[in-house]
Design a protein around this ligand. Structure first.
Ligand SMILES: Nc1ncnc2c1ncn2[C@@H]1O[C@H](COP(=O)(O)OP(=O)(O)OP(=O)(O)O)[C@@H](O)[C@H]1O
Length: 254
């Protein structure tokens, strides 16, 4: 089957003056896939996300999202792509319902529909009892759940997660990761997950791309066999990845 990729990054590079942040990075994302971009601090993960959301264009190479140029055709991607951040960026003066409705307001959905969809999504992230609470009344995990509901509520084809679970304790993070995978699978939503955590990458993605510094593909893993191998396999792969990343520090960047 020749399905058009949802994301097609072809040899994209980004330089800031003399510093190269992304170095001929290529990736494709097929419908239904979840790819984790895993790399250390300063590897260029945020810069790749900026390319994906169209807030920056590559110095060379190309980026296509759903067949469009996210920088030049940003408006056409509205509602088709959603994002959740490490800090959920909720509006403090709005309740959970009001926050989830934000994207739907931008898409000019009628009020009754906004309310119905927001309520449905807050239920799906297990916040049916917090519909009328303000962000300051919620725990970090709950705020992140509101943020996920807001992202899914617009029915995007693609979701980008930027370190969304990394500020949470491990038990909360595990539960959110599992919910996120379930929501992606039940809605057929594809995703790119940016993370510095090897464990998180293998927990949420089908495919894990390990980034060198500057950002380029160092190695790539099919996540399913690693998950199937349990903690022993994950430990072995983690050791391998850490060794690859450690070699990186001896290679001059630029
Ligand atoms: N606007 C900018 N101007 C100059 N240098 C920048 C700019 N944005 C990022 N950089 C540099 O590019 C490199 C990659 O940064 P980036 O923020 O993309 O990495 P990251 O992998 O997201 O890091 P972290 O995990 O710490 O957020 C870093 O060396 C950073 O200092």
């Amino acid at each position: 089957m020749t399905e058009e990729p949802l994301i097609d990054i072809d040899h994209a590079s980004v330089s800031f003056d003399s510093l190269r942040a992304v170095d001929r990075f290529s990736m494709r994302l097929r419908p239904g896939e979840r790819v984790a971009l895993m790399g250390r601090t300063g590897a260029g993960k945020s810069t790749i996300l900026s390319l994906l959301v169209g807030s920056m264009r590559p110095t060379s190479g190309s980026v296509r999202i759903l067949g469009l140029d996210p920088y030049a055709q940003h408006a056409q991607l509205q509602g088709r792509v959603a994002m959740a951040f490490q800090t959920p960026r909720l509006l403090p003066w709005r309740t959970s319902l009001g926050n989830v409705a934000v994207g739907l307001e931008i898409l000019r959905r009628p009020k009754a529909e906004r309310r119905r969809i927001a309520e449905e999504w807050l239920g799906r992230v297990h916040l049916q009892d917090a519909l009328h609470k303000y962000p300051s009344q919620l725990s970090g995990g709950m705020r992140q759940r509101v943020s996920l509901a807001r992202a899914f509520a617009v029915k995007p084809e693609l979701i980008f997660l930027d370190e969304s679970f990394s500020a949470l304790d491990e038990v909360t993070a595990r539960s959110l990761r599992a919910d996120f995978v379930e929501l992606c699978e039940s809605t057929g939503t594809s995703a790119v997950i940016v993370t510095h955590s090897i464990e998180e990458a293998f927990a949420v993605a089908n495919r894990v791309i390990v980034l060198g510094r500057p950002a380029r593909v160092l190695c790539e893993y099919d996540a399913a066999p690693v998950r199937a191998g349990g903690q022993t396999e994950l430990d072995a792969v983690s050791t391998e990845i850490r060794a690859r990343l450690a070699e990186e520090t001896t290679v001059p960047a630029g």
